[in-house]
Design a binder for this molecule. Structure first.
Ligand code: HEC
Length: 104
């Protein structure tokens, strides 16, 4: 019984505080995005600067409802990656956006 309660508590805490960094790592985003250095994809710093003050636009992009503004020539590469996160909740999309925006 206690075990069950702890499990229930644990999962509701997870819903309350979606962890953008954990999502970013779990979904494999780190394989193309480094904090300060462009690799296959632009650095997180570059993305955060492009989206400074545009949190809602970043969330839209992550949800597949926006257009690429950082490196539109490579947009098709990134668009394919959005399939990895299409099932996230609104809280998780927001946490992911906030995580990226911190690199500014
Ligand atoms: C296979 C490599 C690759 C992976 C994996 C990848 N990306 Fe990207 N990403 C790119 C490339 C290339 C661009 C540049 C094109 C663009 O700007 O859309 C990009 C651009 C972006 C942008 C800027 C979009 C814009 O407006 O231009 C965001 C935000 C982003 N990625 C988030 C993520 C997240 C979150 C994940 C993990 C779910 C991820 N990426 C996984 C290659 C990748």
């Amino acid at each position: 019984m206690i075990k069950f309660l702890l499990l229930a508590l644990g999962s509701s805490l997870m819903v309350m505080a979606a962890d953008g960094e954990a999502i970013f790592k779990q979904k494999g985003c780190t394989s193309c995005h480094r904090p300060d250095m462009d690799t296959v994809g632009p650095s997180l710093k570059k993305i955060a600067q492009a989206y400074a003050g545009k949190r809602e636009d970043l969330i839209k992009f992550l949800k597949g409802q926006g257009e690429a503004i950082v490196d539109p020539a490579k947009a098709s590469v990134m668009k394919m990656q959005l399939a990895r996160i299409k099932d996230l909740s609104d809280e998780e999309f927001a946490a992911l956006a906030d995580y990226i925006l911190k690199f500014k």
